[in-house]
Every structure is written in C-alpha cells, then in structure tokens.
Design a binder for this molecule. Structure first.
Ligand code: ATP
Ligand code: FE2
Length: 334
C-alpha cells in the first residue's frame, strides 16, 4: 500500500475527512454538513457541530478505507481562508493527530485545493479555472509560479448571493439547487443590474434588485418567482461567463475547469461550455463530490506541497482566515 494522507476540511459548513494516497488514489470521503434551521451560517453553531462530530467522521473515513489510523503517514488540514472559529477546529484536530501519531502535518489553502483536486479528477493539465461556491467567486490560472486571480467578486460570492435570495423567498439552505429548479421553468427575462467592473464582479446590486422585484406591483401578475429566479441566474451567470471568456482570451489557456459547489448548476455549465468551445478550449466540470468542500482535496493539495517542500512545524500551522491564494507559490508546478 502507498503512503496515505488524511485530509481534514474545516473552513465553513462542512467538516470532512478524506483519505488519499501519494499517487492520487482516493480511498474514502466522509462529510458532515451543517444546515441551519433558520438564517445563515453562524460560525459558533458550525464550530459546535464540528467539535461534536470530528472523531466520528474521521473514524467513518478510516473504516470506509478499511484501514487503521496507524497507516496514515501525513495529516493535511485546511489552514486558509475561512471562518476563524471553524478553521480552528480542523487545525486543532490535525495538530492533535499529528502529535499523537508522530507523523508530519501540512496546512493547505482551500482555494488551491479546489483547483488541484479538479486537475487530478478531470485529468486536466493547465486550465483556466472558474471557482464558484458559497464563499468564493474566482477566475484563476497558473502564471508566474502562482494561481493568479484574473477576476473575483467585489462583494457577495455567487453561491452566497443565490442562497440569500432563496432564503428570502422561504427556501431552506442550500438554495442553489432550488433556484436552479425554479429558473428551469421560465424563459421570461426581466432586466436586472449586470455589474462587471474591469475583470471583477459585483452581485449585491443584482441581489437587491431581485428582492425588489418580489415586492413590485407586477409580481404574481406579469411575472412570478420562476421568472425572477431565471432572470437572477441568467444575469449572474452571464457576468461570470463574460469575465471567464475575457480571461480565456487573455491567458490563451487551452483548457477550462469549472469547480466549487455552484459548478453543479447545468445552466452555468452550458454557458461556460459554450465559450470554451468558441475558444477551442477543452471544458471540464468537476463532479459534485469533489467540486464542493471535501477532505480529499485537502489531502491531495497537502501531498503535493509535502512532496515539494516537506511538512510544516507546529508554529507554521496557525490558521490564516484571510489568506489569498495568489500570495502562495505552487512549487510542484515549476
Ligand atoms: P467555499 O468554502 O469554497 O466557498 P462553500 O462552503 O460554499 O465553499 P461548496 O460545497 O463548495 O461550499 O458550495 C456550496 C454552494 O454551492 C452553496 O451556495 C449552494 O447553494 C451552491 N450550489 C450547490 N448546487 C447548486 C446548483 N445546482 N446551482 C447553484 N448553486 C448550487
Ligand atoms: Fe470550498
């Protein structure tokens, strides 16, 4: 058996343990997702759930992989970016296991992990990446030793914006799939604010305008919730597509990778597939199991860095809630 890494994801709603070997073979993946009874994602409530469940999740991952914990040779954990109180749980669990098992530990940037698991699972070499999730909206590609950010949101992340709108109309978290379902029943586009500034995006004006539509005198008369959901998606995804296409033209990459939880959306997939085809680029979408937050991606990104640079000392494993991925070099790619 190859050396195995246990990857621990704990940046936001998901506590996840994934086991993957040093050649990239996945052994197991177990997730525990916090779903709020009402309101948004409260860090303290998430932290409590993760604290209550972490050992159970890790044990399930070990039993699914059919291995005992002494077979693990490296612990990787999500060190950045994310919610401070939640990041601390993963960091604490990883430090504890690394010291008990006397094995190396490595901290991982969550956004880089999303890209690396996509490259592994989709067998794609050097893509332009559109990473769309609850907490992130980033267009990135590898250039000058780093994953450079070509465009990003200036305010709300796309997933968070859609989830907030869904919550406003009484739909439970996560709202993304429910809004996709409603949108698929309409073709009635109502103009909404389309805000692209340079290569960056802004979704807060769009969110507010969509909410106002629900209170307009024409609501339930000239248009309904399906039409608003459709218009919200078309506008937001149109913005994402424009920025991705411009980055593709600029970088001249020959591959496009769509990832993050929102990548599950069929309409977004078809828009990004279309521009990829127009630019003669191969298009791949990361399957939902590996596109959403997961411990396997943390394990794989940890293995890549560990092979290139060795492990971290305990003092280097301090969490970095605001760390940007374009600040970090990617030594395994140069
Ligand atoms: P990150 O920490 O990387 O920002 P995250 O914590 O938001 O990620 P993910 O699992 O990557 O977690 O993404 C969850 C998001 O994906 C939620 O906002 C959810 O509504 C959205 N989502 C899931 N399925 C769909 C869909 N079919 N259409 C649109 N959005 C979707
Ligand atoms: Fe994520």
């Amino acid at each position: 058996m190859k050396d195995l890494c246990l990857g621990i994801e704990s940046t936001a709603h998901t506590f996840s343990a994934g086991i993957i070997d040093f050649d990239g073979k996945v052994y197991s993946l177990i997730n525990d997702i916090f779903i709020p009874e009402e309101g948004g994602l409260h860090p303290v409530l998430i932290r409590e759930q993760h604290l209550n469940n972490f050992m159970h999740i890790i044990n399930k991952a070990l039993s699914e992989a059919k291995i005992s914990i002494d077979k693990i040779k490296l612990i990787a954990f999500s060190q950045s970016p994310g919610l401070g109180p939640v990041l601390k749980i993963g960091a604490w669990v990883a430090r504890m296991l690394s010291q008990i098992l006397e094995i190396p530990i490595i901290g991982v940037n969550h956004c880089i992990a999303h890209i690396e698991i996509g490259r592994l699972i989709c067998q794609i070499e050097d893509p332009l990446v559109l990473y769309t999730s609850g907490g992130n909206t980033i267009v990135s590609a590898f250039e000058s030793e780093r994953y450079q950010i070509f465009g990003e949101t200036l305010d709300l992340a796309i997933g968070n914006m859609i989830d907030s709108f869904a919550r406003d109309v009484g739909l439970q978290h996560p709202g993304g799939p429910k809004i996709e379902e409603l949108a698929s029943k309409s073709k009635n586009y109502i103009p909404l604010p389309y805000i692209v500034k340079g290569m960056d995006l802004s979704f807060s004006g769009l969110y507010t305008a969509a909410k106002y539509l629900l209170r307009s005198k024409d609501y339930d008369n000239k248009f309904n919730l399906n039409d608003v959901a459709y218009s919200l998606q078309e506008t937001a995804f149109g913005m994402l597509t424009e920025v991705t296409e411009r980055a593709l033209a600029h970088t001249e990459k020959k591959e496009v990778l769509l990832t993050g939880g929102v990548a599950a959306n069929q309409r977004l997939q078809s828009m990004i597939r279309n521009i990829s085809t127009e630019h003669n680029a191969r298009f791949e979408v990361v399957p939902p199991k590996f596109a959403g937050d997961n411990g396997v991606m943390i394990g794989w990104a940890g293995i890549l860095r560990y092979k290139a640079e060795g492990g971290h000392t305990v003092s280097e494993t301090i969490i970095k809630p605001k760390e940007r991925m374009d600040k970090i070099t990617i030594p395994w790619r140069f």
